[in-house]
Every structure is written in structure tokens, then in C-alpha cells.
Design a protein around this ligand. Sequence first.
Ligand SMILES: O=C(O)Cc1cc(O)ccc1O
Ligand SMILES: [Fe+2]
Length: 441
Amino acid sequence: MTGTANEQARKTAEGLVYATGFGNEHSSEAVPGALPLGRNAPQRAPLGLYAEQLSGSAFTEPRATNHRSWLYRIRPSAAHPPFVRVEPRAVRSAPFTECVPDPNRLRWNPLPAPEGPTDFLDGLWTLGGNGDATQRSGMAVHLYHANSAMERRVFSDADGELLIVPERGGLLLRTELGLLRAVPGEVALIPRGVRFRVELLDATARGYVCENYGQPFRLPDLGPIGANGLANARDFRAPVAAYEDVEGPVEVVNKFCGSLWTATYDHSPLDVVAWHGNHAPYVYDLRRFNVIGSISYDHPDPSIFTVLTSPSDTPGLAGVDFVVFAPRWLVGEDTFRPPYFHRNVMTEYMGLIEGAYDAKAEGFVPGGGSLHNMMSAHGPDRETFDRASAAELVPQKIDDGLAFMFETRWPLTLTAQARDAGHLQRGYDDVWQGLQRHFRP
Ligand SMILES: O=C(O)Cc1cc(O)ccc1O
Ligand SMILES: [Fe+2]
């Protein structure tokens, strides 16, 4: 991508307007009068537009979990040529069958820079996942490293929603429902089936993606925390309508039941002039997260840091949680303050957006990731354990990092490329070597 194209994307991103709130019924029109009033499907939609419903939930799901938007577009989505299946490059999907599930603790360095011009879609690289895309259950962990804009190219994912976690470089997401800017420290969500393309605000972009095949992410219940706290609903931003009136070839890539399918349209499908509904993309600034923790003793379980949760059919057991370790004060008395040693029935994939993470002195780097699969023993490395066991317990501000976790109820199976990757760290186990016995009966 040329500097000029980046510059243009940056200028566009600067002027963006948003609607706020989580899961709201938004309505928006890019041209006055484009949104019909009082009905969804008038005999003739305003301004010669086509009316189309995009459903992210079954028609009959309870109102609280019903997701759909009405789109008023220049051409109906139905007018398209056949899709043909294409090579998926480094994108893989559930069920993950290339490897046997591995109980070892694993850690990767950042995804290497791509060779040659690579857009967001070509730069997607799947680490692993669980479940089955055709059953709409489970999740996948992808990383991306891109250096160019998706030009005349649009992507949509029928298999799940995409939670994008930029780590390096900002993104301008041009979606059917409008434009979103997502820079490191923010996360963006593209709902199932929503078409979008990604432009870059910087020379390169790197980050993580949680592809959630299961129920859409929602805000966790707050229970005794009360009516406020953690991620507050008003801090989520949805786009306002913005459309492309572009004729000529545009490649539309559709991820469907694990495969990538492509068709060349004679126009851009990002041609929605007005819309209303709640099946909409959003962006959230992780620094707005209201961190809640212990003000007496002990280290709460990290569920207290849940930003978004995708419930499964068993109450309390998430298909996947998105958890953030944001700057916070530690004040626990007579407490080992960093993450404790533990074995967890849930599987933990962790990434680092910036700085450092308080359980690991070294080796867990921004853009890298660690996998602690179901029941694998992990926790502070030796250096962290020794330091925290001896530390003077004065109030301490942890403000030198932003880490996150995709935590899932099912074990995560790697792709062959993740297992064999040159950037897989050898000897991760060694960080727990040298923990001395101190037992004195
Ligand atoms: O493993 C990790 O670092 C994540 C984590 C953090 C924490 O504070 C407690 C439990 C846990 O799994
Ligand atoms: Fe953990």
C-alpha cells in the first residue's frame, strides 16, 4: 500500500462518527430519507433502494438474544455470480484434525512479517481452535500480519463472528454497516455474515482474531458487582451508515463451513445506504474497562476481567470468554499477588498487546501468544514467583502492559503450521525450572 493510501485511510478514520451502546437497536442513514419509517419492507423502499434482512439469530430466538438488521442497499445481496472454492492459504477451520490435542504448555513469538504485499485476509494465519463450524460451536484463534489494504476485495465469515484484537498498526474497517477504526488497545467485532474490508492506518498491521462459531459475544452478567462495571455498555461504538457506490469487479470472499469461496461481483457489496437493527459491528477501547479486583486479600480468578462472553448451553460455561488484563492497582495483604499456580479445566490462549504481563518476567512478548490447554499446569514463572514471594506488599500499580485471554470450555487443537512454526518457542517449560523446594516440616 502506498503512503498516500495509508494517509487517506487515516484521514477517513479521523472523521468517524459512531452510535454508542452495546446491542442497541441502532438506525442510521447516509442519505436523508433512505431509511423507511414505520415499516421494514415498504412496497418500494426509499430512493430506489432494496430492503434486505440480515439475521444473526434464528427468527424465533428470545427477544434478548435476537440479532438482526435491516439493510437498505443499492443492489440486493442475492444478485451475485456463483462462488468457487479457493485455496485457503493459512486459514484453517474447525473441526481441527491436523494434530492431536497437545497437553504441553506452548508459547509463540510474533507471527513473522509477510513476504510481499499481503492484505488482512491473505495475512490471516490460524493457530488452532475447537468445536465445529458447521455446528456453530467452538472457536478458532487466528493471527494476522498485513502490509497492504484489501482493495476491490471484501470478506465475510458465515462461520462465526470475528473479534479483532490489533496489536500493532491501526485498522480502518469498511463494513456493510459503516466504518470503524480499531487501533492497538481497542478491539473490533464483525458479526457473522457482515461483509467488510480492511485498510491500514500504518505501514503494517499485526494482531489476533478470535473467530467465535458459537453464540454471539455479550456482556457478562454482573451479579453482586451491581449495575455498573467491567465493560460498560455505553463505551461500545457502532458505525453509522456509509456506502460505496462502486461499479466494476470486486472480489467477495466468503468463509463458509471452513472453506474459502470467492466470487467476482460487478459492484461493491458495501452499498448499504441505510440500516437499522442490532446485528452490527462495534469497537471497544479496552482502556475504558472498569477493572475490579480484591481490596483485601487474595487474587481473584480472572473471570473478574471478562469483557465479553459467548455462553454455551451450560450456564456459567462459556464457549469462549474474552478477558483483559488492564492496568490496575494491587493492594492485597498477605497475598501472592501475580497469577497463582493453577490447573484449569478451561483452555487459555493468551496474547499481549503491549508491555509485559505480571505472571511472566520474560519471553511473553507483544504479538506473541501462549497456550495453556485444559488442565495444563501453569502460573508465574520462576523469576516472578521468587520476586513476588519476597516483595514488600505496598500498594502497587500495574500499568506497564495490556494482555488478554481467549478462554474456552473446550481443549484447543493446533493447526500443523502452528505446531511446526519456526516462531514456536522451544523450551517454554524451562520457565518453571529451578522452583526450589522450601518445605520444612
Ligand atoms: O494463566 C494466566 O496467566 C491467566 C490467569 C490469570 C490469573 O490472574 C489467574 C488465573 C489465570 O488463569
Ligand atoms: Fe491460567
